[in-house]
Design a binder for this molecule. Structure first.
Ligand code: GTP
Ligand code: MG
Length: 213
Protein backbone atom coordinates (compact mmCIF):
# COMPACT_ATOMS: atom_id res chain seq x y z
CA UNK A 1 0.00 0.00 0.00
CA UNK A 2 1.35 3.45 -0.91
CA UNK A 3 2.33 5.58 2.09
CA UNK A 4 -0.01 8.50 2.86
CA UNK A 5 1.43 11.77 1.47
CA UNK A 6 3.23 13.86 4.09
CA UNK A 7 1.05 16.61 5.50
CA UNK A 8 1.96 20.10 4.39
CA UNK A 9 1.40 23.39 6.16
CA UNK A 10 1.60 27.03 5.12
CA UNK A 11 2.28 29.65 7.79
CA UNK A 12 2.45 33.40 7.55
CA UNK A 13 5.09 35.22 9.59
CA UNK A 14 5.40 39.00 9.80
CA UNK A 15 8.47 41.00 10.84
CA UNK A 16 7.76 44.24 12.67
CA UNK A 17 10.02 46.82 14.31
CA UNK A 18 11.48 50.27 13.95
CA UNK A 19 13.22 51.38 10.77
CA UNK A 20 16.86 50.35 10.37
CA UNK A 21 16.85 47.58 13.02
CA UNK A 22 17.65 44.96 10.37
CA UNK A 23 14.32 43.30 9.47
CA UNK A 24 15.08 43.09 5.74
CA UNK A 25 18.64 41.99 6.47
CA UNK A 26 17.37 39.08 8.62
CA UNK A 27 14.93 37.95 5.93
CA UNK A 28 17.50 38.24 3.13
CA UNK A 29 20.10 36.37 5.18
CA UNK A 30 17.61 33.60 5.97
CA UNK A 31 16.12 33.21 2.49
CA UNK A 32 19.05 34.11 0.20
CA UNK A 33 22.09 34.01 2.52
CA UNK A 34 23.06 37.55 1.48
CA UNK A 35 23.90 40.70 3.47
CA UNK A 36 24.47 44.32 2.47
CA UNK A 37 25.91 47.13 4.61
CA UNK A 38 23.65 49.57 2.78
CA UNK A 39 20.28 50.53 4.25
CA UNK A 40 17.56 50.73 1.68
CA UNK A 41 14.28 51.36 3.50
CA UNK A 42 11.51 48.93 2.82
CA UNK A 43 8.55 50.63 1.21
CA UNK A 44 5.22 49.36 2.64
CA UNK A 45 6.20 45.64 2.76
CA UNK A 46 7.80 42.83 0.80
CA UNK A 47 7.39 39.11 0.83
CA UNK A 48 9.59 35.99 0.48
CA UNK A 49 8.94 32.29 0.97
CA UNK A 50 11.02 29.52 2.48
CA UNK A 51 10.33 25.78 2.52
CA UNK A 52 11.22 23.65 5.54
CA UNK A 53 10.84 20.04 6.55
CA UNK A 54 10.19 19.58 10.26
CA UNK A 55 10.10 15.95 11.43
CA UNK A 56 8.68 14.87 8.08
CA UNK A 57 6.15 17.71 7.90
CA UNK A 58 6.48 20.03 4.93
CA UNK A 59 6.12 23.68 5.88
CA UNK A 60 6.05 26.70 3.60
CA UNK A 61 6.78 29.95 5.39
CA UNK A 62 5.42 33.13 3.84
CA UNK A 63 7.63 35.80 5.38
CA UNK A 64 6.34 39.39 5.30
CA UNK A 65 8.98 42.06 5.84
CA UNK A 66 7.28 45.33 6.77
CA UNK A 67 8.46 48.94 6.60
CA UNK A 68 9.68 50.30 9.93
CA UNK A 69 9.28 53.97 9.15
CA UNK A 70 6.62 55.59 11.34
CA UNK A 71 4.61 56.81 8.34
CA UNK A 72 3.87 53.15 7.47
CA UNK A 73 2.77 52.16 11.01
CA UNK A 74 -0.94 52.28 10.13
CA UNK A 75 -0.40 49.56 7.51
CA UNK A 76 0.63 47.09 10.26
CA UNK A 77 -2.79 45.41 10.65
CA UNK A 78 -2.92 44.58 6.93
CA UNK A 79 0.14 42.40 7.41
CA UNK A 80 -0.30 40.99 10.92
CA UNK A 81 -4.02 40.29 11.12
CA UNK A 82 -3.95 36.84 9.53
CA UNK A 83 -0.40 35.94 10.57
CA UNK A 84 0.41 32.77 12.51
CA UNK A 85 3.57 34.30 13.94
CA UNK A 86 5.27 37.64 14.44
CA UNK A 87 8.96 38.45 14.83
CA UNK A 88 9.47 41.76 16.62
CA UNK A 89 12.94 43.13 15.97
CA UNK A 90 15.00 45.71 17.85
CA UNK A 91 18.60 46.86 17.47
CA UNK A 92 20.67 46.11 20.61
CA UNK A 93 22.44 49.47 20.22
CA UNK A 94 19.17 51.43 20.10
CA UNK A 95 17.06 51.64 23.29
CA UNK A 96 14.20 53.39 21.46
CA UNK A 97 13.84 50.47 19.10
CA UNK A 98 13.27 48.17 22.11
CA UNK A 99 10.51 50.48 23.40
CA UNK A 100 8.94 50.27 19.94
CA UNK A 101 8.86 46.47 20.25
CA UNK A 102 6.85 46.85 23.48
CA UNK A 103 4.30 48.97 21.59
CA UNK A 104 3.99 46.27 18.92
CA UNK A 105 3.47 43.57 21.58
CA UNK A 106 0.66 45.62 23.16
CA UNK A 107 -1.00 46.16 19.79
CA UNK A 108 -0.70 42.51 18.71
CA UNK A 109 -2.00 41.11 22.01
CA UNK A 110 -4.91 43.58 21.96
CA UNK A 111 -5.86 42.82 18.34
CA UNK A 112 -5.06 39.08 18.13
CA UNK A 113 -4.93 37.80 21.73
CA UNK A 114 -2.59 34.91 22.49
CA UNK A 115 -3.25 32.98 19.28
CA UNK A 116 -0.24 34.49 17.50
CA UNK A 117 3.24 33.04 18.24
CA UNK A 118 5.64 35.85 19.17
CA UNK A 119 9.44 36.08 19.10
CA UNK A 120 11.40 39.14 20.19
CA UNK A 121 14.77 39.59 18.53
CA UNK A 122 17.75 41.72 19.52
CA UNK A 123 19.66 42.13 16.25
CA UNK A 124 23.20 43.40 15.49
CA UNK A 125 24.99 41.40 18.18
CA UNK A 126 28.23 42.00 16.28
CA UNK A 127 27.97 45.53 17.75
CA UNK A 128 27.99 44.20 21.35
CA UNK A 129 30.39 46.98 22.47
CA UNK A 130 27.72 49.57 21.62
CA UNK A 131 24.90 47.70 23.38
CA UNK A 132 22.22 49.97 24.87
CA UNK A 133 19.56 47.41 25.79
CA UNK A 134 20.18 45.28 28.90
CA UNK A 135 20.03 41.57 28.12
CA UNK A 136 18.31 40.76 31.47
CA UNK A 137 15.66 43.44 30.91
CA UNK A 138 14.93 42.29 27.36
CA UNK A 139 14.68 38.63 28.41
CA UNK A 140 12.54 39.33 31.50
CA UNK A 141 10.15 41.48 29.46
CA UNK A 142 9.92 38.81 26.74
CA UNK A 143 9.05 36.10 29.28
CA UNK A 144 6.46 38.38 30.91
CA UNK A 145 4.55 38.61 27.61
CA UNK A 146 4.73 34.88 26.80
CA UNK A 147 7.21 35.26 23.97
CA UNK A 148 10.67 33.84 23.27
CA UNK A 149 13.78 36.02 23.02
CA UNK A 150 16.57 35.58 20.45
CA UNK A 151 19.82 37.39 19.68
CA UNK A 152 20.88 37.61 16.05
CA UNK A 153 23.41 39.16 13.75
CA UNK A 154 22.29 39.35 10.14
CA UNK A 155 25.80 40.54 9.32
CA UNK A 156 27.58 37.54 10.87
CA UNK A 157 24.73 35.09 10.16
CA UNK A 158 24.19 34.21 13.82
CA UNK A 159 21.01 33.02 15.53
CA UNK A 160 18.78 33.31 12.44
CA UNK A 161 18.19 29.63 11.60
CA UNK A 162 17.36 28.97 15.28
CA UNK A 163 14.90 31.87 15.34
CA UNK A 164 12.91 30.76 12.28
CA UNK A 165 13.05 27.09 13.27
CA UNK A 166 11.66 27.92 16.72
CA UNK A 167 8.77 30.05 15.45
CA UNK A 168 7.99 27.43 12.82
CA UNK A 169 7.81 24.67 15.45
CA UNK A 170 5.57 26.84 17.66
CA UNK A 171 3.16 27.51 14.79
CA UNK A 172 3.16 23.81 13.94
CA UNK A 173 2.24 22.95 17.55
CA UNK A 174 -0.64 25.44 17.47
CA UNK A 175 -1.89 24.09 14.10
CA UNK A 176 -1.71 20.49 15.33
CA UNK A 177 -3.54 21.34 18.56
CA UNK A 178 -6.28 22.98 16.45
CA UNK A 179 -6.48 19.90 14.22
CA UNK A 180 -6.79 17.61 17.24
CA UNK A 181 -9.54 19.81 18.70
CA UNK A 182 -11.42 19.76 15.36
CA UNK A 183 -11.12 15.96 15.13
CA UNK A 184 -12.42 15.42 18.66
CA UNK A 185 -15.28 17.86 17.94
CA UNK A 186 -16.33 15.95 14.84
CA UNK A 187 -16.06 12.62 16.70
CA UNK A 188 -18.35 14.06 19.39
CA UNK A 189 -20.78 15.33 16.73
CA UNK A 190 -20.85 11.83 15.20
CA UNK A 191 -21.78 10.28 18.57
CA UNK A 192 -24.45 12.93 19.08
CA UNK A 193 -25.99 12.25 15.65
CA UNK A 194 -26.23 8.54 16.40
CA UNK A 195 -27.79 9.45 19.76
CA UNK A 196 -30.47 11.58 18.06
CA UNK A 197 -31.42 8.70 15.71
CA UNK A 198 -32.07 6.47 18.68
CA UNK A 199 -34.14 9.11 20.51
CA UNK A 200 -36.21 9.64 17.31
CA UNK A 201 -36.91 5.90 17.45
CA UNK A 202 -36.06 5.41 13.79
CA UNK A 203 -35.32 1.78 12.92
CA UNK A 204 -31.56 1.26 12.94
CA UNK A 205 -30.39 -0.34 9.67
CA UNK A 206 -29.00 -3.80 10.29
CA UNK A 207 -25.29 -3.93 9.76
CA UNK A 208 -24.49 -6.33 6.92
CA UNK A 209 -20.79 -5.61 6.80
CA UNK A 210 -21.17 -3.97 3.38
CA UNK A 211 -22.07 -0.38 2.55
CA UNK A 212 -23.83 -1.44 -0.68
CA UNK A 213 -26.38 -4.05 0.41
P1 GTP B 1 13.35 49.52 7.25
O1 GTP B 1 13.10 48.78 5.98
O2 GTP B 1 13.60 50.98 7.02
O3 GTP B 1 12.28 49.30 8.26
O4 GTP B 1 14.73 48.96 7.88
P2 GTP B 1 15.10 47.44 8.24
O5 GTP B 1 14.68 47.15 9.63
O6 GTP B 1 14.62 46.54 7.17
O7 GTP B 1 16.71 47.50 8.26
P3 GTP B 1 17.71 46.92 7.16
O8 GTP B 1 17.69 45.45 7.12
O9 GTP B 1 17.54 47.66 5.89
O10 GTP B 1 19.11 47.31 7.84
C1 GTP B 1 19.41 48.64 8.25
C2 GTP B 1 20.90 48.81 8.37
O11 GTP B 1 21.40 48.00 9.41
C3 GTP B 1 21.66 48.40 7.09
O12 GTP B 1 22.72 49.31 6.89
C4 GTP B 1 22.20 47.01 7.42
O13 GTP B 1 23.41 46.72 6.74
C5 GTP B 1 22.44 47.15 8.93
N1 GTP B 1 22.33 45.87 9.62
C6 GTP B 1 21.34 44.97 9.56
N2 GTP B 1 21.58 43.91 10.32
C7 GTP B 1 22.79 44.12 10.88
C8 GTP B 1 23.61 43.38 11.78
O14 GTP B 1 23.30 42.27 12.23
N3 GTP B 1 24.80 43.97 12.16
C9 GTP B 1 25.19 45.18 11.70
N4 GTP B 1 26.36 45.67 12.11
N5 GTP B 1 24.44 45.91 10.84
C10 GTP B 1 23.27 45.38 10.44
MG1 MG C 1 13.51 46.87 5.51
Amino acid sequence: MAAAPAKSYCFKVVLLGEGCVGKSSLVLRYCHNTFSDRHSSTFQASFLTKKLNISGKRVTLAIWDTAGQERFHALGPIYYRDSNGAILVYDITDEDSFQKVKNWVKELRKMLGSEISLCIVGNKTDLENDRNVLIEEAEAYTTSVGAKHFHTSAKMNQGIEELFLHICKRMLEVAQAEEAARESDSARMGRTRRGIQIIDDEPEPRSSGSCCS
